[in-house]
Design a protein around this ligand. Structure first.
Ligand SMILES: *Cc1c(COP(=O)(O)O)cnc(C)c1O
Ligand code: SF4
Length: 336
């Protein structure tokens, strides 16, 4: 129909992911209102503790209305507890976070090189090391990519290139395409892995152009999502996961064990079941990086082990994630 519509908004195309990204909630009062907690001024944080509030509206829509303990809300709402100074929690908890937040390539583990492809995220997760590195947009500029690719080219032991960040899917698809074109001349690289939270928090990112790029890559493809709770999934996320698989990717998930969010055998079992329903396998369950401002999320190792032990009795082995911690200087994630 070409005639003028009395409701032009209804006939305009669905907003693209960039638009949805920009439209994220960045104000605590607005977030509380959207979560059905408008009257709860006691939940308003004194400030953002130096790390901006940011959460896409589609993620907020998956929160339970009127529940101040909602596991999605707790991941994104600043809390007064972030100001607590706790022994052992430092701005640079894993030693190489500065490097991660900086630029270029991290080559700590055999066979795998990790490229910090972008410093941006669609969501600011309160427990993340990123809170101490307010780095700019798209830090891996073309020149840095050339440097990183030169490193990968010079080392034939590197079989897998990992795109991480921040969130590498913050980059426009044409930028990702530029990057992977650079891999074409490196026959020892057989696998591309993408670590991203975007298909969960803003599933519209997995759009036609992205899927076409992924499907056309002449490499083995792995996408590692980041979801911490079953409630993060809805029909839109399911569809994004399905598209990733249809494009030929093996889709895995890593979670962070977070007190008050998912430190419960039932919640973790539900997450694994929900992942599998979306065609995703659990990969890692991370112990929290001990970053300043995140101590209130920590679960001690003994409880963490007991939780995973409980999962083992309840779930098939392939739905039990590996419990790990990242330790500076180790040659792999450290199993607990
Ligand atoms: C976590 C990480 C990897 C990937 O480790 P896997 O155990 O293969 O998932 C690779 N490089 C760096 C620097 C990492 O931090
Ligand atoms: S999406 Fe990942 S990198 Fe970004 S803030 Fe959340 S946990 Fe940190």
């Amino acid at each position: 129909m070409i005639t003028a519509s009395p409701h032009p908004r209804l006939s305009s195309p669905a907003p693209g992911w960039r638009e949805l990204w920009r439209d994220a909630i960045t104000d605590a009062a607005e977030l509380l209102e959207a979560a059905g907690l408008a009257g709860r001024t006691d939940l308003l944080p004194p400030d953002d503790a130096g790390f901006a509030l940011r959460v896409p509206r589609g993620f907020v829509a998956r929160m339970r209305q009127g529940d101040p303990s909602d596991p999605l809300l707790l991941q994104v709402l600043p809390q007064a507890a972030e100001h607590a100074r706790v022994e052992g929690f430092a701005a640079d908890a894993v030693g190489d976070m500065a490097a991660k937040a900086g630029r270029g390539v991290l080559h700590k583990y055999d066979g795998r090189a990790l490229l910090v492809a972008s410093g941006s995220c669609a969501v600011n997760c309160r427990y993340c090391f990123r809170r101490h590195f307010p780095y700019g947009e798209e830090i891996a500029a073309a020149a840095q990519w050339r440097e990183a690719l030169a490193h990968v080219e010079a080392d034939p032991s590197i079989r897998e290139l990992i795109l991480s960040g921040g969130d590498p899917l913050a980059l426009a698809t044409h930028k990702l395409d530029e990057l992977t074109r650079g891999l074409a001349g490196l026959p020892h690289v057989i696998r591309l892995r993408i670590h991203t939270r975007l298909p969960v928090v803003l599933p519209e990112r997995v759009d036609d152009a992205f899927v076409a790029w992924l499907a056309a890559l002449p490499l083995q493809k792995v996408v590692v999502l980041h979801a911490n709770h079953a409630n993060e999934f809805d029909a839109g996320v399911d569809a994004a996961c399905a598209r990733l698989r249809e494009a030929g990717a093996t889709v895995l998930n890593q979670s962070v064990l977070l007190r008050g969010v998912n430190d419960d055998a039932g919640a973790l079992a539900d997450l694994s079941e929900r992942l599998f329903a979306a065609g995703v396998l659990p990969y890692y369950l991370h112990q929290l990086d001990r970053v300043q401002g995140a101590a209130h999320f920590e679960v001690d190792d003994e409880r963490a082990r007991a939780l995973v032990e409980a999962l083992r009795t309840r779930l098939p082995g392939y739905l039990v994630p590996k419990l790990v911690r990242e330790v500076a200087g180790d040659g792999s994630k450290r199993p607990l």
